[in-house]
Write a protein that binds this ligand. Structure first.
Ligand code: NAD
Ligand code: GLY
Length: 372
């Protein structure tokens, strides 16, 4: 079985991302060298526990690691202050020490919540990411952004706290609902659009095999390419003082849409990012020099992948007004002195950071986009 390893180059805090098949069964031997004592706490959600919990439990037991599972409700509402408080209480009750290694086992919700809990537990304890969604394997489990949501918006309370290791077992994706797989694929497309046109072209040619049960080697390749791209950006700009903001392509529009739908299953994070990417390309065409054909090509690939690619593809349960969307966009963490920073693109594979974007330009654009 092929296992690929990508290192996130962060000096003394560098860590490896292992990508392959059967890593859950091998989790015990892979994690044991990082454990000061043969015990751990695994934080997961009820779906992941039901679908993949036995595999991880057996993998840990094979190295005599005593594992206590904490199983939380599935879904974005779990990334909340109240769940955070409950989780921290349970970790403290279980006597987790600063040098212990807690395991985040699930998608981005469990990874972000557990990572944040570990960032503040006893002023910081170690954790491992064992991501089980395509989104988490290619994005959220890597790079150390951890957070919970606030009433005012997404991921507004959090910390940078890097994991000690990431195990991305692509066979865990076999039980992931197809809608979730597609939503995660939006983040994979993102890497091609930011800086790697040839990867985008590879995705155009291979997305069907990736999204159907598919060829394991192609899935490993796509996860590896995504992790290499993310590791390079995080290694150069861990705390998002510059280039890391590129990873937010589609996210400022996307987060506003997610908030509009109440961070619910009506619109998944990756689906909101897909629409956000399409809007970012449309706005880039308006601002120049991005060509309309590039925006159309991006939209076509999103659609072919079963993703929403515009406001008109969103569920009709909410009326979207430009002013309400704008108000939500102004909560973005990249707003400076009341001006927006947007990630736009000069072309496919050439994303750039546009600072001090005129709010009225975006409002006019949203008027047109919501009128469609
Ligand atoms: P998620 O964690 O909610 O998982 C999606 C659904 O799939 C859940 O119902 C979960 O229970 C289920 N599931 C997960 N793995 C499964 C498996 N193998 N088999 C069966 N069911 C499974 O969602 P997500 O898309 O992984 O993550 C979204 C979150 O990630 C958002 O909160 C977003 O803000 C965050 N995020 C964070 C970063 C970061 O850098 N920290 C980056 C991107 C996204
Ligand atoms: N997902 C965006 C980042 O990690 O910076």
């Amino acid at each position: 079985m092929t296992t690929e390893t990508v290192t996130v180059p962060l000096g003394s805090r560098a860590y490896d991302i292992h990508i392959g098949e059967g890593l859950l069964e091998r989790a015990g031997p892979l994690l044991a060298p990082l454990l000061p004592r043969l015990r751990t706490v695994v934080v997961t959600d009820e779906n992941v526990f039901a679908a993949q919990g036995a595999r991880l439990a057996a993998g840990l037991a094979s190295a005599n690691i005593d594992a206590e599972f904490i199983t939380l409700p599935a879904g974005e509402p779990t990334k909340s202050f109240s769940e955070l408080e409950g989780l921290i209480g349970r970790l403290l009750d279980l006597g987790v020490e600063r040098n212990d290694l807690v395991i985040a086992f699930g998608g981005g919700v469990i990874g972000d919540l557990t990572g944040f809990a570990c960032a503040i537990l006893r002023r910081g304890c170690r954790f491992a990411q064992i991501p089980t969604t395509l989104l988490a394997q290619t994005d959220s489990a890597v790079g150390g952004k951890t957070a919970v949501n606030a009433q005012q918006g997404k991921n507004l309370i959090g910390a940078f706290h890097q994991p000690s290791i990431v195990l991305a077992d692509i066979t865990a994706l076999e039980t992931l609902p197809i809608r979730e797989l597609r939503a995660g694929y939006a983040e994979v497309i993102k890497y091609g659009l930011i800086a790697d046109r040839s990867f985008f072209e590879w995705l155009e040619a291979n997305s069907e095999q990736l999204l159907s049960k598919g060829d394991a080697n192609k899935r490993i390749y796509a996860v590896k390419k995504s992790c290499i791209a993310k590791a390079a950006i995080v290694g150069a700009d861990e705390r998002e003082q510059g280039a890391r903001a590129l990873l937010n392509l589609g996210h400022t529009f996307g987060h506003a849409l997610e908030a509009t739908f109440g961070f619910s299953d009506a619109l998944l994070h990756g689906e909101a990012v897909a629409v956000g990417i399409a809007l970012a390309f449309d706005f880039s065409v308006r601002q120049g020099p991005c060509k309309a054909e590039d925006a159309a090509r991006v939209r076509a690939h999103l659609k072919k992948s079963g993703l929403p690619a515009g406001i008109s593809d969103l569920p009709s349960s909410k009326t979207l007004t430009p002013d309400a969307l704008m108000e939500l966009m102004m909560q973005d963490k990249k707003v400076e002195n009341g001006k927006l920073t947007l990630i736009l693109a000069d072309a496919i594979g050439e994303a750039m950071i546009a600072k001090r974007v005129d709010v009225s330009d975006v409002t006019d654009f949203l008027k047109d986009a919501t009128a469609r």
